[in-house]
Every structure is written in C-alpha cells, then in structure tokens.
Design a protein around this ligand. Structure first.
Ligand SMILES: [Zn+2]
Length: 171
C-alpha cells in the first residue's frame, strides 16, 4: 500500500483479539492499522486506505500559502498598523518558535509546531507581526500581542512544550 507522501509509513498489525473491523491511528509519521486476523489482505488494504485518507485530511497542517493567508487576516484583525508580511513559511528552526526579518517582511514558524493547535500558531504569527513594528519585548510590544485574545493561553502552551522537551522558549 503506498498512496501518500514518502515521509509517512503504514504498518499493519494483525490482532487475534480484534473481532469486527479495522482501525487506524497515528504514531508520529506512522499510520498503524489494526486488523482482525480473519480479514483478507485485500479488504484490509481497502478499508485502511479509506481510513487513512480521512485521518490525513483531519490532521493536515496548513501550507505556507495558507499560513500567509492566515497572517494577512490576523494582521487586519489585530495589528492593522503592522506592514503586510511578504511570506510566512514553516522552517526547521531548533532554537526558536518563530522569527522574522523586517528587511523583507518574511516570517518563519518552527516546523516543530506543525501539529500545534491553531491558536498557538496564530499567537506566534501575531508575535512576529508585532516584531515588524517593534524589535524588543517591552511594554508596548506586550500591548500589541495581547490584542490577540488567546495570547496568554498560547504562552502557557509553549512554556509547557519547552519545559517538557528541554527546548528554549524563544520567539
Ligand atoms: Zn519575540
């Protein structure tokens, strides 16, 4: 079975205890298919394909284009005085959740956060947009990012992830 991007693998586990139907769940980049012993390979493959397609759709993360569209909306909603970002991309950043360049108005979001809740990604975008207005993290900067209502909740989420993974909580 091979109907997805090569980064994702599919692993079929046969279970004597599973009686009726198959189930699929995700373990990192692996789709784990649990199937009853009696089911034919062909049936397992067909059912798994449907379930994986559904799961992929549900767990899909926004593309760079969608990130930019989201950032343009967040800017209009919360920081209309900030310059329009030129691009927003997922980037393999190890040391910071997000960064930006005020020279070309580009924003980068750490790909570690691809599966983070939407409000967390939004908060980082708002944070980087605010940096297009102010470079420091002072009081005026805090007022800008706190216009985004879920900012404190996102802060707590990121502090928790940083603590658990031993990562710096910088952006
Ligand atoms: Zn910052």
């Amino acid at each position: 079975m091979n109907d997805g991007p090569p980064a994702e693998r599919i692993e079929v586990r046969r279970s004597a205890r599973r009686r009726k139907s198959i189930a699929v769940h995700r373990e990192g980049d692996v789709f784990v298919v649990s199937a009853p012993q009696w089911m034919s390979n062909r049936d397992v493959e067909q059912h798994a394909r449907e379930l994986i397609t559904r799961l992929r759709r549900e767990s899909s993360t926004p593309s760079d284009e969608e990130l930019l569209a989201r950032a343009l909306w967040l800017r209009m909603e919360f920081l209309p005085e900030a310059p329009e970002p030129s691009s927003v991309v997922w980037a393999p950043q190890e040391r910071r959740w997000g960064s930006c360049s005020s020279v070309d108005r580009s924003l980068r979001i750490s790909s570690k956060l691809r599966r983070a809740p939407q409000y967390v990604i939004d908060a980082i975008v708002v944070h980087e947009l605010a940096h297009l207005l102010r470079a420091d993290h002072g009081r005026e900067f805090a007022q800008l990012i706190n216009r985004f209502p879920d900012n404190a909740r996102a802060d707590a989420f990121l502090a928790g992830v940083s603590f658990a993974k031993g990562l710096p909580n910088d952006y």
